[in-house]
Design a protein around this ligand. Structure first.
Ligand code: F6R
Length: 610
């Protein structure tokens, strides 16, 4: 996730900006940069791809700069390059901006500005902000920043410098966190308190829809409608370490709780329920006719990404009537797969660097198939080599166990299935609209499921000493059983197996006794009654059932030892919600067992070797 900091002081601010960026490094980033206005001779802008430390060499260039902004970038639009790094300048060199968030209507604005002769230098959505403000200024707007902000759609935390008003730092907030720090005769603005904590603990939290103008004399905040707002300062008592984890004890829990926002970012600018459509820009090079005639669609990935692929199989089969095969990348690459001209391979990878997934992608391409990626890390090898694809925009995932990457991968596959279902003429406009509306509500349902963390912790207490567990699910929730079991294995070191519920009779039932906890996904759908029968079978053998059920389903509760309720959602979207309690169950079991949650033994975040 991008991090931003701005400083206005009576002393040189270069070192403070770089120190602030270093304290934002934990958020994950791929490039960084700063801009200061130097007495007398305008902006000095320096940017680098890679570590923040590389900017240290430019510190002497910032001498004389008493006002400045800086940024760590986590690429969303355009790969991590020096040009795409922030700050961005307007063509006329008057305005410099740093941006955290996504400008959803950037393409429309960019096209419009290009018609006026504005020359864009980067591929980012953010540059449009600098160019738009300058455009408004050229058109004589009294307040060009406000005029420009009113035309932006999406999420943004912005810091803006104006060369013609070099004693003022402007901060704008809409959907991305932003605070002002009050120092001794100097002021700071930042996306995150970690950036400024070394200098002050007195802060003002700006609200969405507000603009703050900061000078050495103080600051004024007003709404986008220009109404003044007064905020009382608060004091930060946290230490940097706990801010990094958002106050949570582990990155994994922070990332679980971040899932509603990760999904909103994933949907931004793509999900258009009003028009009843989904628009995934990154797959535009796949011609409509190619998708209409698609013969074979193979999805590949490893671990959790492979589980997302399995959910995708159900989604694409059901909504787009595509025949899909899902293959472990490590298997696919060494087989003699029937993949060639007219076929498509989708490679799913959070990191975009997993060696087996990359090799499978190359193998498919070598055989003449088209390839596309679903990746989180912009500019990663798989994303670049695929050329065509969709970024999940989950933000950096630091915990080794994948959580928010998984839900955004599944959500991306759901959007893909809706878009292709419409394109292939097998999904009606009404159904597509309804699904898009339901999808848009999923972040709220996930937030609700996250709210049950304490209940789930109590359940985890009851099972934390177990050595084995079974996870059962059916249909589109069978992959969720696999994912729940994987989470428990990798972070709590409890042996767990995921099974299709009906397969239990063909073997695993022999394992069931009073010591075997069985986690059953039993939410409402057309086979819920059959799952209830499976629960009876487990109970008859004294197995202990932890059921994930739809709110209000008392019959499941009567037959389970414990029930975790989740909100009612269309069954085809239920994996997005049902996985949440399973992530939390594994997390709490691991915490109770004292495991090292964010870095489980023997595991790496990105497996770049075979
Ligand atoms: C499990 C987990 C792994 C990854 C797998 C693929 O929690 O994180 O199973 O899903 O190593 O990684 P990516 O998605 O980076 O290709």
């Amino acid at each position: 996730m991008c991090g931003i900091i701005g400083v206005i002081a009576r002393r040189d601010v270069g070192a403070t900006l770089l120190e602030g960026l270093k304290n934002l490094e934990y958020r994950g980033y791929d490039s960084a940069g700063f801009a200061v206005i130097r007495d007398g001779d305008g902006f000095v802008v320096r940017k680098e791809v890679g570590r923040v430390g590389q900017l240290d060499q430019y510190l002497p260039d910032a001498a004389g700069g008493k006002i400045g902004i800086a940024h760590t970038r986590w690429a969303t639009h355009g790969p991590p390059t020096q040009i795409n790094a922030h700050p961005h300048l307007s063509n006329d060199g008057r305005f410099a901006i740093v941006h955290n968030g996504i400008i959803e209507n950037y393409a429309v604005l960019r096209e419009l500005l290009e018609k006026y002769g504005v020359r864009f230098v980067s591929q980012t959505d953010s540059e449009v902000v600098a160019q738009l403000i300058a455009h408004e200024a050229r058109n004589g707007a009294a307040d060009p920043i406000r005029e420009a902000v009113l035309r932006l759609e999406g999420t943004f935390g912005l810091l803006i410098l104006d060369r013609e008003n070099p004693n003022r730092l402007v901060a704008v907030r809409q959907g991305s966190p932003l605070l002002i720090g009050i120092g001794e005769g100097e002021y700071y603005a930042a996306s995150d308190a970690a950036a400024i904590l070394a200098h002050t603990r007195q802060v003002i939290y700006i609200d969405d829809g507000e603009i703050a103008e900061i000078t050495l004399d103080g600051f004024q905040t007003h709404t986008f409608a220009n109404e003044p707002v007064v905020h009382a300062p608060s004091r930060i008592d946290w230490e940097i370490e706990s801010i990094e984890k958002g106050g949570y004890p582990h990155f994994m829990l922070k990332e679980i709780m971040e899932q509603p926002q990760a999904l909103r970012n994933c949907f931004a600018g793509r999900l258009r329920p009003v028009e009843g459509t989904v628009r995934l820009g990154g797959i535009a090079p796949l011609e409509d006719d190619f998708i209409r005639r698609l013969g074979r669609l193979v999805i590949t990935g490893c671990g959790t990404a492979w589980h997302a692929g399995l959910v995708g199989e159900y989604l694409l089969e059901e909504l787009a009537r595509l025949s899909v095969e899902v293959e472990y990348a490590s298997e696919l690459r060494y087989r003699n797969p029937i993949l060639g001209y007219g076929d498509l391979l989708i490679a799913i990878s959070q990191s975009g660097e997993t060696a087996d997934t990359l090799a499978a992608l190359r193998e498919a391409r070598l055989r003449g198939a088209r390839v596309m990626g679903i990746c989180n890390v912009v500019g990663s090898t798989i994303a670049r080599e695929a050329g065509i694809g969709v970024y999940t925009h989950a933000g950096p995932e630091i915990g080794v166990a994948s959580t928010k990457a998984f839900v955004t991968q599944v959500a991306t596959l759901a959007m893909l299935a809706i878009q292709w279902g419409r394109l292939r003429g097998v999904l009606s406009h009404v159904d597509a609209t309804r699904l898009a509306e339901s999808l848009e509500q999923i972040p709220n349902h996930i937030a609700h499921a996250c709210g049950q963390s304490d209940t789930i912790r109590a359940i985890a207490e009851a099972y934390a000493d177990t050595s084995n567990a079974l996870y059962l699910g059916r249909g589109i929730n069978f992959p969720i059983a696999l994912e729940g079991a994987l989470k428990l294995k990798e972070i709590a070191y409890i042996h767990a197996e995921g099974y299709p519920a009906a397969e239990m009779k063909h073997g695993p039932i022999a394992l069931i006794d009073e010591r075997m906890p069985v986690v059953v996904i039993a939410t409402e759908d057309k086979i819920r009654d059959k799952i209830l029968s499976n629960i009876h079978e487990i109970r008859a053998r004294k197995g202990r059932v932890v059921a994930v059920a739809t709110e209000g389903d008392t019959a499941i509760a009567e037959n389970a030892s414990h029930v975790i309720y989740v909100p009612r959602v269309p069954p085809i979207l239920s994996p997005l919600v049902n996985v949440i309690p399973l992530q939390l169950l594994a997390y709490h079991a691991a915490a109770i067992r004292g495991c090292e949650i964010d870095k489980p033994r023997n595991l790496a975040k990105s497996v770049t070797v075979e």
